[in-house]
Write a protein that binds this ligand. Structure first.
Ligand SMILES: [Zn+2]
Length: 289
């Protein structure tokens, strides 16, 4: 249901409730005012007559109870200002930095659950400097402008449509992350078979961290943009080895196992190169439709 509709419905219910509740007081009062009878005389009427005045209220309560039963299990989204959102990620689309949020209650839930509850923050930021963008609706186009640097984006796409596209793109992004996670679990399974170890969730996190660190390496990412997988290998290996060495200090067993076994090290290296290419390709696709 549309958020606006929910609020309207809530008001409607509250107002009709109040009216129904006031009827038993209002009708006798009005009656006594018009006919000039004292209220006391009216309240001394037989009880069952007075009870008639409560009929609308009773029907109203029954109606609410039936409606509540009918709507059991239906999930409503609360209006924005009533739901507490937390940031869960971002994407760059149309050169604009969009913050993605989920309701606070969904923190820590699995991707398959949160991907249906995404909310795009209505305060997108400048991708160059991080300042909140200023939005203007012109006669023939829309403008997103940064007040801090010279970034300006003119577009014919309405903000609502942009939000909905960003939401869809981020949903796809999450699905990609889910696929990646499955691949990493499979990789850990291979390592476990090889070394008769029982690496699990913790090592999965380490692998994800290793990949994230490589992705944050600007030099590497820039080179990947211009080179193919074979050309990138020397540079990739340089940072890959560096990361592994760094990590061995903290998580000795897992990384030493990888370090000491060329075969596994190569499997992991191939996997990471493929995965990073795939991720960067997707990021480019997101930005340029
Ligand atoms: Zn800026």
């Amino acid at each position: 249901m549309d958020r606006k509709l929910i609020i309207e419905k809530a008001y409607e219910n509250i107002i009709s409730g109040i009216i129904n509740l006031l009827l038993p007081i209002a009708i006798p009062s009005i009656y006594s005012y018009i006919t000039n009878t004292s209220l006391k005389t009216i309240y001394e009427l037989p009880f069952y007559i007075y009870l008639l005045l409560f009929v609308p209220l009773i029907f109203w309560i029954i109606r609410i109870l039936i409606k509540a039963k009918m709507e059991e299990g239906i999930e409503y989204y609360l209006p924005d200002y009533m739901t507490k959102y937390i940031n869960c990620g971002h994407i760059v689309y149309k050169d604009i930095y969009w913050t993605i949020q989920i309701p606070r209650d969904y923190r820590g839930k699995s991707i398959s659950i949160i991907k249906n509850h995404l909310n795009v923050s209505d305060e997108p930021k400048c991708n160059n400097c991080g300042t909140k963008l200023e939005f203007t609706k012109h006669d023939m186009w829309y403008t997103w402008k940064c007040v801090n640097c010279d970034f300006v984006k003119r577009t014919l796409i309405s903000p609502d449509r942009l939000y909905s596209r960003v939401e869809k793109k981020y949903e796809r992004w999450l699905e990609l992350k889910e696929e990646e996670k499955k691949k990493m679990i499979n990789l850990i399974h291979i390592i476990n078979t090889k070394f008769e170890t029982s690496y699990g969730k913790y090592e999965l996190k380490l692998l994800q961290k290793l990949k994230d660190n490589l992705l944050q390496n600007k030099e590497l990412v820039n080179e990947i943009d211009n080179k193919n997988k074979d050309e990138i290998k020397p540079l990739f290996q340089k940072y890959y080895n560096k990361e592994l060495k760094n990590k061995t200090k903290f998580n000795a067993n897992f990384y030493t196992d990888i370090e000491n076994n060329i075969e596994v090290k190569n499997i992991l290296e191939e996997f990471l190169i493929d995965d990073i290419y795939e991720e960067l390709e997707f990021v480019n696709l997101i930005n340029h439709d």
